[in-house]
Design a protein around this ligand. Structure first.
Ligand code: 4AD
Ligand code: MG
Length: 461
């Protein structure tokens, strides 16, 4: 079988030749003596037009095929310079591999994204999701390519962990204990020493702390894997299971970190614009008008920079526009983030130096003793897409933060060791992979860029 993608790439090799193509029927149109089938084989965004005639002994059967049926077509590929598509196949044989039924949910009409969410197993057959998941795959490849070209080591950090990397307590517990007969301690608490690992464990919220240990051995590393957060926020940009890319660089500070993040995002944008032009045009036309121009501009201009304190000054002056009033010390809400990046900068912007009390324990304390060397990258349409920081590399200061935040020292001994044995300046960040896919495709809901999304009250398939 020849792939449709191959036909589009090297059409001159196939015009005039007899070939076979297998795919699923998008539509059938027939008249008395001939008909047309639009065939999609999944190898590219384009479809193949099939022309068939009543010379075929199964002509009547073919004309009655339902949308979604799988067929193998054999015939000559003929150039059609006048038509919308550059060629069509004139079938001399059509073999039905699998029939579909008239109830097939994806009839030839526009379906809402909400409806398609109810059939996550079939939606990848639609144009929108073909484009989304092809681009998702490309972005993930581009990310690996970017880091590998820079000699970063890809580290597989564990999914089951015994510590809380963010110290935010938003974890999914992992347990083998029988819920109905959970052993209790004398104080009546769950006795986790009976559990599989002999202690309490959870799904990872971030691979960062493990990643840092490898950065202290390899200098530059990155992780790229699934992470889990039991945040009870039902928004268009939060998922309970999402993928994160976490580079960690040694002998580097916050500025180096921001440069890396900016280079990475530009590299990904350029890669996708170059390698998925059909899909990107589709998004530009049907999902988010202006997407292409915007991305091209982002790829060629400098990102904005502002400190948290400066940002708060701007936001406070505009507090009448916000549901949640901004003040120094508050965590930036999505409405604030979007105001800064959409109204003030109109491009991606790094917000730096947040108050220590709203950030994680591992961030490096600034000299003012109030703020930390943190950076979030905000982008129009989404808000935060990256969160990162320079790390506290001073043993005593780190220990103090662990205590102040009420974390258990013994959980972080390995992390403190990194500060005991050859501690160096280092920094890193986490890119939310799905938010990156949303940003590049213009899709407005995180549920539509994850093959099988997990959100509050939803864990289907
Ligand atoms: O800002 P966060 O929480 O940072 C960390 O986890 C650090 N350990 C990263 C690091 O410095 N190595 O998360 C990083 C990014 C966010 O900016 C966001 O894009 C994404 O992960 N993210 C989510 N994406 C989807 N659903 C959620 N519930 C997310 N929570 C965070
Ligand atoms: Mg964050």
């Amino acid at each position: 079988l020849v792939e449709v993608r191959e036909l589009y790439r090297n059409k001159d090799q196939y015009i005039g030749k007899r070939i076979s193509v297998g795919g699923w029927i998008r539509s059938v149109r027939d008249s008395k003596t001939f008909g047309f089938i639009v065939l999609h084989d999944g190898t590219c965004f384009n479809t193949l037009q099939v022309v068939y005639h009543d010379k075929l002994d199964n002509f009547v059967e073919i004309s009655k095929l339902n949308v979604g049926s799988a067929i193998i077509v054999t015939g000559e590929l003929v150039a059609t310079p006048q038509a919308k598509q550059p060629f069509e196949i004139q079938a001399d044989q059509v073999v039905v591999e699998g029939y579909s039924t008239p109830e097939y949910p994806l009839q030839k009409k526009r379906h809402s994204l909400e409806y398609l969410r109810t059939i996550t197993h079939l939606r990848p057959r639609t144009n929108t999701f073909q484009a989304v998941f092809r681009v998702r795959s490309l972005i993930s490849y581009a990310i690996h390519k970017f880091f590998q070209e820079r000699n970063f080591i890809y580290v597989h950090t564990p999914i089951i962990t015994g510590s809380d990397a963010e110290g935010a307590g938003e974890m999914f517990r992992v347990t083998t204990l029988d819920l109905e007969n959970i052993p209790k301690t004398e104080e009546g608490k769950v006795d986790t020493s009976y559990d599989f690992f002999g202690k309490e464990t959870n799904l990872t919220v971030s691979g960062q702390l493990n990643g840092e240990t490898y950065a202290m051995a390899f200098k530059n590393i990155y992780t790229f894997g699934p992470t889990f957060r039991a945040e009870n926020s039902n928004t268009t940009r939060h998922a309970a299971e999402f993928w994160m890319i976490e580079p960690e660089i040694a002998f580097a500070d916050l500025k180096d970190n921001m440069e890396l993040a900016e280079d990475m995002l530009k590299y990904i944008i350029n890669y996708v614009l170059e390698h998925a032009p059909e899909e990107m045009n589709f998004f530009n036309q049907f999902v988010d008008k202006g997407l292409l121009d915007r991305l091209k501009l982002v790829a060629t201009s400098d990102f904005g920079h502002i400190t948290y304190t400066e940002a708060i000054e701007i936001l406070e002056k505009n507090n009448d526009k916000f549901e949640y009033k901004a003040f120094w010390g508050c965590d930036l809400q999505t409405e604030h983030e979007r105001y800064l990046t959409e109204q003030v900068f109109n491009k991606p912007v790094f917000v730096t130096d947040y108050p220590k009390d709203i950030k994680a324990f591992y961030m490096k304390l600034n000299e003012d003793n109030k703020t930390v060397a943190a950076m979030d990258l905000l982008v129009p349409g989404i808000g935060e897409i990256i969160g990162g920081s320079q790390r506290e590399d001073d043993y005593d200061k780190l220990l103090k933060r662990i205590d102040e935040m009420g974390l258990k020292r013994e959980d972080y001994e390995f992390y403190l060791d990194l500060r005991r044995y050859g501690s160096v300046r280092h920094a890193g960040f986490g890119l939310g992979f799905e938010r990156c896919v949303m940003y590049l495709t213009g899709m407005g809901n995180i549920r539509d860029v994850i093959p099988f999304p997990r959100t509050v009250n939803h864990c289907d398939l």
